[in-house]
Write a protein that binds this ligand. Structure first.
Ligand SMILES: [Zn+2]
Length: 104
């Protein structure tokens, strides 16, 4: 998985298709990403005691990494990425179309 925390991505499927957001958290082992503002879910919590109130807690559920694409500012679209290996062996993620390096 080549996505990192802080990357700007666009969502390709599901309820939030077409939405852009920043990655808040990554789970590389499960290939899941949490994106700010996407895939919002509500968790309902029952009251435990009679004078307590139940609660609704909203949170952003993780999405599979295959459903998001890195957003290229220059192309203005979600793009696949390539690894660019410099002469000194340093690797950089670049846009597969316009070769612009992705920051972070
Ligand atoms: Zn590009």
């Amino acid at each position: 998985m080549q996505l990192k925390t802080g990357d700007n991505v666009i969502i390709n499927s599901g309820r939030d298709r077409g939405k852009k957001g920043k990655i808040l958290q990554v789970f590389p082992a499960k290939k899941l990403v949490v994106i700010d503002g996407a895939n919002e879910r509500t968790r309902h919590i029952r009251s435990r005691r009679s004078n307590d109130k139940g609660q609704k807690i909203s949170f952003f559920a993780p999405l599979h990494a295959s459903n998001v694409m890195l957003f290229c500012e220059k192309c203005g679209k979600g793009r696949r990425l390539k690894m660019h290996v410099a002469a000194d062996g340093k690797k950089q993620r670049i846009c597969a179309k316009c070769q612009t390096p992705f920051n972070v």
